[in-house]
Ligand binder design. Sequence first.
Ligand code: DQA
Length: 152
Amino acid sequence: MKNPRAKVLVINGPNLSLLGERQPEIYGKYTLEDICNEMQKVAEGENIHLDFFQSDSEGEIVTRIGQAKGNYDFIIINPAGYTHTSVAIRDAIEAVDIPCIEVHLSNIYKREEFRQRSLIAGVSRGQIAGFGKDSYILAVMAISRILKSSES
Ligand code: DQA
């Protein structure tokens, strides 16, 4: 078995456990489990180890980010509704100093005005939004490309 080249924590925020049935015209027909399985397949091919965490609670997400320090090389996060409100999640990401990729299924910039501001973007390495479940796959690929470019 290959050694994991990188460890990535994938965090999903509130209401994302309802994917598949929640506003499929906006968020797609795939469940969170479908998305995690597809990410896992792509990550295996790229020699990336993924751990998954979903919570509806801001405090639990903050705690999980804090526990990631020293244990993960990257974080992929869809903070869902907390994207637009959570100073605490932003502070946690800044505090652990782990490069973070922010993902959204929908393009938050062409939705309601309150969704067009992300408190997380300013502490993220980059943001991927608007590609449905492929936003998550693209985040795994982004990490793979970053790892490859840091090797050369
Ligand atoms: C979301 C966009 C947020 O505005 C919303 O609250 C979500 C999902 C997305 O993935 O498109 O729950 O983060």
